[in-house]
Design a protein around this ligand. Sequence first.
Ligand SMILES: Nc1ncnc2c1ncn2[C@@H]1O[C@H](COP(=O)(O)OP(=O)(O)OP(=O)(O)O)[C@@H](O)[C@H]1O
Length: 578
Amino acid sequence: MTAHDRADASSPAAGTLAAPAAAAPPSLMVVGHGTRDADGTEEFWTLAEHVREAAGDLSVGFGFIELAEPLVDAGIDELVARGSRSVVSVPLVLLAAGHLKNDGPAALTRARSRHPGVHFHMGRDLGIEPVVLEIVEERARAALGDVAEDTAVVLVGRGSSDPDATSDLYKVARLLSDNRGLGLVEPAFAGVAKPTVAEALERCRRLGATRIAVVPFFLFTGILVPRIYAQADEFAAQHPDLAVVAAAHLGPDRRLARLVIERYREALHGDVRMNCDLCTYRVRLPGYEDKVGTPISLTPHGDGPARGSRRSRRATRAPLVLPALRPAAPVEPGPTILSMQDLRYAYPDGTAALEGVNLDVRAGERVAILGPNGAGKTTLALAACGAIEELTGTVSVAGVGLSNRTRNEIRRRAGIVFQDTDDQLFMPTVEEDVAFGPANQGLEGEALRARVDEALQAVRIHELATRAPHSLSAGERRRAAIAGVLACRPDVLILDEPTAALDPAARRELLDVLRSLKLTTLLVTHDLPYALELCPRAVVLDNGQVVADGPTREVLADEGFMRAHRLELPAGFNPLVA
Ligand SMILES: Nc1ncnc2c1ncn2[C@@H]1O[C@H](COP(=O)(O)OP(=O)(O)OP(=O)(O)O)[C@@H](O)[C@H]1O
């Protein structure tokens, strides 16, 4: 009993009146490493918000070891000023190395001497935990698409002189490979420790990989994540035979916020395992199955993987940006296949949508049509496929000029895929939908069947032929709609916001499909990283006029221009690095 407790117990009121109010639970102090990078700091605060939500009524404070405000001492002082008498400090880092092992406890020691009446507990890093593995696996799969014999993952950690942190990254790589089926997974480090990113990529190459995802094992972006992509990019440039794709770092995922709360509880109950989480797989733990959702595996290798996956409850939120290390390569210019000259159009209510647009597209080109809301992009796409009747100016596709007489032919030659697939898919099955256009053109029997097969193969959904469109995923529906247009063998494919509602994996699969089509393509989009990945050329519209037309990378990298036309790159996306 402390002197304070004794004083309370001896007071006349003790135990005789109403029960004393329950003491507030200990506060949670979340400690980040800190970065000078504004995007990294913003991601930290997004995750901090998720932690606050997951913490419910707990009092929560935040602080950094260095480089960002508030510093951890100030964060703790603030919690104490708010009335906390007990504080649990949890480092918001993946693998604790020197800083969090030394500076974290040192901050608590300082706090104890500043606040002698307050209890402090120390939690541990997020560590090697099923949910962390799950998120990294998702990032890798989203970048890789299918895992195959010739795919590999390079998992890149920060790098540290602390051998524990370094070997922990090896463990993560091993678990991703063995337990999560990612095949070849090579660890690498952004600095201090070896192997480097280039060395790990080279190892994958020598082991036969031709498609390699580079996954930064980082909670937040910062200085190092773009540097990792740049190192991978440099390697990719020297090996044109390889596809090196960038995966996202972990980012502010809500599952990590819940893990922080788990770390808080562990620390509070004195149940901090400082080292081997893998032991949780090997001993029978009460409640394991409820908590993890799969039976425990009592041997590490014997009775199947114990993944600890909570897929049914997951709320994935990958960072928005999945930068490509391979921007689309310029195409050999062919003859002009789509030509639009001095296009002008006002909607019946008088709204001017196109005000003198000139655009020539050569055969085989993929051109992104960019611009802020209301710029005229969709109107231009509709004009290109002959869908606007009161248009002034000229449109020609493959040498056929648009007129009332040729309108149907133009519609076939310039096929548009609308943003909303419900506008396009209306037959009972996918194959009937895909057959609709060519059947209208008079194709029937075996020829029609072959055409449908060809289109379904091109978008890689042949196995979905007899499914009802409404039963498909968003990505599958998008590909079914594209197949319907391809079945008419257009000269130009026009896509209006094709990535809307697609998750990262579906986005990547669609990208692979679109790249493989080798078809002249107009891509109307707000998804600027996607435009960079698919289209070597970008045309920017604003107020119904073309305000830029050039290499996509250069257009996106012109910050002043982008600002002037209300175009914003997603946080952390650098077109010069991508
Ligand atoms: N049916 C319509 N009736 C009247 N005005 C319209 C109609 N459709 C579009 N507009 C107007 O025409 C202009 C160009 O619209 P459009 O949809 O082509 O732009 P956008 O660049 O595709 O925009 P967003 O990025 O929002 O899709 C806008 O001012 C818009 O409000």
